[in-house]
Each structure stands twice: as structure tokens, then as C-alpha cells.
Design a protein around this ligand. Structure first.
Ligand SMILES: Cc1cc2nc3c(=O)[nH]c(=O)nc-3n(C[C@H](O)[C@H](O)[C@H](O)COP(=O)(O)OP(=O)(O)OC[C@H]3O[C@@H](n4cnc5c(N)ncnc54)[C@H](O)[C@@H]3O)c2cc1C
Length: 324
């Protein structure tokens, strides 16, 4: 039997879980489908910049958000969404194991950072190897780092690290840095950045934490450099195969999303890293999730002829201005 929900949320990262909390708390039926709990939060053992928490971790935040969602009556299914279709009866969501119907969807499938592809890379994740410079550079104050990457990711990473680390090896495949001229010029002026063109990283070494990397250049010449951290900035994958025929996707492969979490489809809302909302950080994902969740709730209430929750508004009665 096809189960029906008023709102289905796709993705159990901070965006999807926050959407779930805001939908379930309004007492409409809500199912959250996700491959796993937490998404990228599972890559953050030490979380420093989520407001309101000092000593936290990504997995702890994920578990707390899940408990909050379940406490408000939301339902959770660990499954993979394979396709969403539109029928006369509404939206159908096909997963690996089941099929559901929904009046509205919040899509929050996030993204997955690309690996370097070096053997034993996974052994050093968060033990010297990092995939998000803007998140983890502050852990490397006064330490020696390297960054390998592509395009704007590499340039931004180099600039961020140059404010924190004592030394940065900036490693790239091409002969010259490509991208924004101002960023390139800023990098070239930094005394603590050493450019290593036409090169890649061949091996990672360390007893427990990363201690050194082997750099190989295009002629096959190798050199080992000692580093405390290696930042891998090779971009991320966003997989929207299951929904791309229903919503507008922008040139960055994200779902085009308004500040209210609306997409080009009236019944589909989006949030988090897979949406076009800027600053891909947890607090932004939670905020986007809450907004998209409330917009989805308003959409289903409107279908029932109910007013829903108003977005901010202002009214003047006599001399007094009321803001809501
Ligand atoms: C290494 C690393 C460190 C970071 N550190 C920080 C930090 O310190 N502070 C900070 O603010 N931000 C940090 N970030 C960024 C932050 O993690 C992301 O911005 C945030 O997790 C995005 O949330 P999201 O819910 O949009 O997506 P995600 O966290 O990617 O979650 C998406 C969820 O959707 C699920 N999903 C995807 N496709 C499907 C499908 N077809 N069917 C079912 N489920 C699906 C996934 O399994 C996952 O559970 C870091 C990112 C990385 C990679």
C-alpha cells in the first residue's frame, strides 16, 4: 500500500532535520526519508561554530535534531529516494524499498565532498586530512599545512589558510593558477604560501595523525614534505537525479531556491547545501530547513483553505506600527 503524508522531507542532514522539526511541530503528518542520519555532520568530530554550543560534534548535533523531530511526532525512514514524480493525486516518492505520496516536499539531499583518491586517505580523515577549509582552517593556527585542489576552491582555501597557518604548500596540476585575478594576486603576495604547480599528492604518511605527504610533479620527481594538515578542495557532488525533471537547477547544479525555500515547483521546497542559498554551513542549512519547512506547511494549509503561518508583516493602526 502506498502511504500518504502531507509533507515528505528528503535528507537527514541539518537542513532536512530542521525542516522536519518545524513541520512536525505544526502537527501535520511528516515523514523524513534519508540514507543516513546527519549527512556531512558525520564528518565533523569537533564542531566549533554552531551558535549556542561550544564543545559539540556533528554526530551529537544530528542525534539531538533527530530526537527533537521524533519528539514532535515526525516519522523517519532510513531509505534512498530514487525518483519523485508528479501525478494527478500529488507527488509520488519512490524509494529503494517503498512508495509514498505527499502533498508537499522539502528536498535537502546536501552534497558529498570529492576525495583525492589516495590509498589510506580515509585513515587520516580529521586526523590531518580535511575537506572544508572554511570549516577547519582555524584548527591550524601557526601550523604547517598543504592544500590540493581545483579552481576557486583552491584559491579560497589558500587565502583562508594563509591567515591561520604558518606555512602553506599550494599544490595544483596546471602550470599556472586559474580563476579570479584578484584572488591569484592576493595569493602571490602571501609570504607564507609556496606554490607547487604541475604536481599532485601521491602518498600520505603518519603513525596516527598525518605527518607528511609525498608530492609528485609532472616529470615524476617526488618530494616528501612534513605537514600537520592537508586540505583537499576538489569540490563536491550534488546528486539531484531523482528530482531534476521537476525543479529548476542552476549553473552550480543546485536547486534554484528563493529566500522562502520555494523552488520552481509550487509543491516542492528546498534547503541546505543542495539549494542555491549561500554560505554552505550548518547554521545556514538549519535556517534554510526551518524556512522551507514552514513554507511547505503553509502550502498544505492553503490547500485545505487555511491561512497557515504568515511571514513577517507590518500593520499600522492609528499612530502605532505593529511588526510581526
Ligand atoms: C569535512 C566537513 C567539515 C565541515 N565542518 C563544518 C563546520 O565545522 N561548521 C559548519 O557550519 N559547517 C561545516 N561543514 C558544512 C556542513 O556540514 C554542511 O553545510 C551541512 O551539513 C549541509 O547540510 P544539508 O542538510 O544541506 O546536507 P548534508 O549534511 O549533506 O545532508 C544531506 C542528507 O541527505 C541524504 N540524502 C542525499 N540524497 C538522498 C536520497 N536520494 N535519498 C535519501 N537521502 C538522501 C544524505 O544521506 C544526508 O543524510 C562541513 C562540511 C564538511 C564536508
Amino acid at each position: 500500500m502506498v502511504q500518504e503524508y502531507e509533507v515528505i522531507i528528503i535528507g537527514g542532514g541539518p537542513a532536512g532535520l530542521s525542516a522536519g522539526i518545524f513541520v512536525a511541530r505544526q502537527k501535520v503528518s511528516c515523514l523524513l526519508i534519508s540514507k543516513d542520519l546527519g549527512g556531512q555532520l558525520n564528518l565533523i568530530p569537533k564542531l566549533e561554530n554552531y551558535p549556542g554550543t561550544i564543545m559539540s560534534s556533528g554526530p551529537l548535533l544530528a542525534k539531538t535534531l533527530e530526537n527533537q523531530f521524533l519528539m514532535f511526532g515526525g516519522e523517519m525512514s532510513y531509505d534512498t529516494v530514487e525518483r519523485v514524480d508528479e501525478t494527478e493525486a500529488g507527488l509520488t516518492v519512490k524509494t529503494l524499498r517503498a512508495e509514498y505520496k505527499a502533498k508537499a516536499l522539502v528536498v535537502a539531499p546536501g552534497k558529498v565532498p570529492n576525495n583525492l583518491g589516495v590509498e589510506n586517505e580515509s585513515n587520516f580523515v580529521n586526523k590531518g586530512v580535511h575537506y572544508c577549509t572554511k570549516c577547519d582552517a582555524p584548527f591550524y593556527q601557526g601550523r604547517v599545512t598543504a592544500v590540493i585542489g581545483v579552481g576557486a576552491y583552491l584559491l579560497e582555501s589558500g587565502i583562508l589558510l594563509s591567515r591561520m597557518a604558518s606555512k602553506i604548500y599550494l599544490i595544483y596540476k596546471g602550470g599556472a593558477l586559474g580563476g579570479d585575478k584578484e584572488m591569484i594576486s592576493a595569493i602571490e603576495k602571501k609570504e607564507n604560501i609556496e606554490l607547487i604547480p604541475q604536481s599532485s599528492v601521491k602518498a600520505l604518511t603518519g603513525a596516527n595523525n598525518l605527518q607528511s605527504i609525498t608530492i609528485v610533479d609532472n616529470s615524476g620527481q617526488e618530494k616528501v614534505v612534513n605537514v600537520d594538515g592537508l586540505f583537499i578542495e576538489m569540490g563536491s557532488k550534488i546528486n539531484l537525479e531523482f528530482i531534476k525533471h521537476l525543479v529548476k537547477i542552476n549553473s552550480k547544479s543546485e536547486i534554484e531556491t528563493t529566500i522562502e525555500g520555494k523552488t520552481s515547483h509550487p509543491a516542492i521546497f528546498a534547503a541546505g547545501d543542495a539549494s542555491s542559498i549561500p554560505y554552505k554551513q550548518i547554521v545556514a542549512a538549519c535556517s534554510g530547513g526551518a524556512t522551507a519547512g514552514l513554507s511547505a506547511f503553509n502550502y498544505v494549509e492553503k490547500l485545505k483553505g487555511k491561512p497557515g503561518i504568515r511571514a513577517d508583516w507590518k500593520k499600522t493602526i492609528g499612530d502605532t506600527v505593529f511588526h510581526y
